[in-house]
Design a protein around this ligand. Structure first.
Ligand code: HEM
Length: 516
């Protein structure tokens, strides 16, 4: 007997019933060309959205990708349907070849480890009232401001050292004393550079054409194996090295309070009821994730802050005037008790987050069930990217988005119009995967930015003859982007000089690093 429906026809019927896929990129555009353009790929994707709409389904080899470029689409799918939109795609390069699936950033939501990771991270960098990390941030910012006072030209080095000093202290109890030679600082800086440059989704051909993984390393095009091998080793070292350091400190009875020390001390309780899990390994991966997540992101935001203060001197002056009004005696730097009186400073921070691409494409999610959105079919397993940069530059959401204008975030009673959406609702990503360090980052940015604005003027670079130099603005990087290194002229503010001169290093009585 003839089958009622041939296989081919049945396929077409199912396809019709399930609805069309979202539109592809505009003619002439593809993932391959976008990848070739390298940096600022978020702008390229944003351009596609203006032509093809905010929901785009792009394919390249075996890779497909759902790009969401409007707040509505990202919110509808990644937030409201976060149960099925919070997994991570496993790639050949980072999953199979490098073994990153054990890391927090790539752990599958179905794995029991996912919940443990998120709980442990919330305990240490979450926004609870206890927030032990605030004390560390306040202490480290004194050293940061002193470094800025004494050697202002190296402001980028100081920003990086400060971010690492905070996270190393909170997570491992490790006191960073000499940023220029510290082995852990060098290790994390190398790590994040590689990860940001090489870890962008779609970067590796082997992910689109998995059969390439059988290419031998010595064969032309096989050099990706070298990167995979080196990255695997870098990740193992990043997890192991600081953990071993804490364990040695604990054995010698001189460990400082930290997340790892606390968790290792109570590892028995953590382990209880989790027979199949290696809690020590989990603690190591969570610590490394906080270290990686915290080492580069606030650095990028602060670099952009310096850059924008040079470019928008009137914004800088207005923020400084607000601080001067809040602390007319100029005898202390702003604290976390001040934000209510520093609404413009808060608005500057929001506008830096909106205007500068930090994690412009966030991290890729994966949908775990077939889904439908606005009549379009989204197949199970599709990687999904929320284009955070495009959302924050959307003229339907932010008036005149290409202008750096903190007043858009001021409360209605000051401007007569409601504030535009808070960029912090987007820059930290979405759903169950939302950045666990968001409160930590916002606190750190407020403490740094408010005190820098109080104590210093940031101006354009000046040449030997005292003339102002042109400032070149370019962004580099991938997963986390930053401005390319640039110069600026940082000088103490007159009324704050006495306070600045009296700031002194808060030194720990024990320097654990010296006892290695
Ligand atoms: C301005 C600063 C920061 C920005 C803009 C930022 C942004 C992001 C974004 C967009 C994601 C991906 C979320 C998603 O998948 O939807 C993320 C994930 C993550 N962030 Fe942050 N972040 C910042 C600071 C931090 C800090 C300070 C830490 C740690 C102390 C941190 C730790 C992490 C971790 C561990 C993840 C992975 C979470 C997971 O996969 O479950 N981040 N962040």
């Amino acid at each position: 007997r003839e089958p009622v429906l041939s296989l081919g026809k049945a396929f077409l019927v199912i396809k019709k019933l399930r609805g069309p896929l979202p539109p592809g990129p505009p003619p002439g555009a593809s993932l391959a060309t976008a990848r070739k353009h390298g940096s600022r790929v978020w702008e390229e994707y944003g351009g596609w959205a203006r032509k093809s709409g905010p929901v785009i389904y792009a394919t390249y080899g075996k890779t497909s990708l759902l790009l969401l470029s409007s707040a509505k689409a990202a919110n509808d799918l990644l937030n409201k349907r976060s149960r099925i939109y919070s997994d991570r795609p496993s790639t050949v390069m980072f999953g199979e070849l490098i073994g990153h699936d054990k890391t927090v950033f790539r752990s599958p939501t179905s794995s029991p480890r996912f919940k443990i990771h998120r709980r442990l991270m919330a305990e240490v960098v979450g926004g609870s009232d206890e927030r032990e990390y605030v004390k560390v941030m306040e202490e480290k910012r004194i050293s940061f401001l002193v470094s800025l006072r004494d050697d202002p030209n190296k402001f980028i080095t100081h920003i990086k050292a400060n971010a690492a000093a905070i996270i190393l202290q909170v997570v491992y109890g490790y006191t960073l004393t000499n940023p220029s030679t510290d082995p852990l600082l060098r290790q994390i800086q190398e790590y994040v550079t590689h990860l940001s440059r090489e870890g962008t989704f779609g970067k590796w051909l082997v992910d689109s054409y998995p059969f390439l993984k059988y290419t031998p390393e010595w064969f032309p095009g096989g050099s990706f194996h070298t990167f995979a091998r080196e990255q695997r080793k870098r990740t193992e070292d990043l997890v192991q090295r600081p953990m071993e350091w804490v364990k040695t400190q604990m054995r010698s009875g001189i460990s400082a309070t930290s997340f790892v020390e606390e968790k290792l001390t109570h590892s028995g309780e953590e382990q209880a009821g989790r027979k199949g899990e290696n809690m020590e390994e989990i603690i190591g991966y969570v610590a490394a994730a906080l270290y990686v997540g915290g080492a580069d992101t606030t650095v990028s935001a602060l670099m952009s802050f310096f850059l924008l203060m040079v470019q928008y001197p009137s914004v800088q002056s207005r923020a400084q005037a607000e601080i001067d009004k809040c602390i007319p005696s100029h005898d202390r730097i702003p604290t976390l008790a001040d934000p209510a009186s520093l609404v413009y400073v808060e608005a500057v921070i929001k506008e830096v987050l909106r205007f500068a691409p930090i994690g412009a494409l966030g991290l890729p999610h994966k949908v775990t069930e077939d889904d439908w959105y606005d009549g379009m079919f989204i197949p199970k397993g599709t990687p999904v990217i929320g284009n955070i940069w495009a959302i924050l530059q959307d003229p339907d959401v932010y008036n005149d988005p290409i202008t750096f204008d903190p007043t858009r975030h001021l409360p209605q009673h000051l401007t007569g119009t409601p504030p535009q959406p808070n960029p912090a609702d987007y820059v930290f990503g979405f759903g169950r995967r939302i950045c666990p360090g968001n409160q930590f980052a916002l606190t750190s940015l407020f403490l740094s930015i408010s005190s820098i604005l109080a104590l210093f003027d940031i101006g354009p670079p000046i040449d030997e003859l005292g003339n102002t130099k042109e400032l070149e603005v370019e962004y580099e990087g991938g997963t986390v982007a930053h401005p390319r290194p640039f110069e600026c002229h940082i000088t103490p503010r007159k009324h704050w000089m006495p306070l600045l001169e009296n700031l002194s290093f808060v030194k720990d009585s024990i320097c654990p690093n010296d006892q290695e």
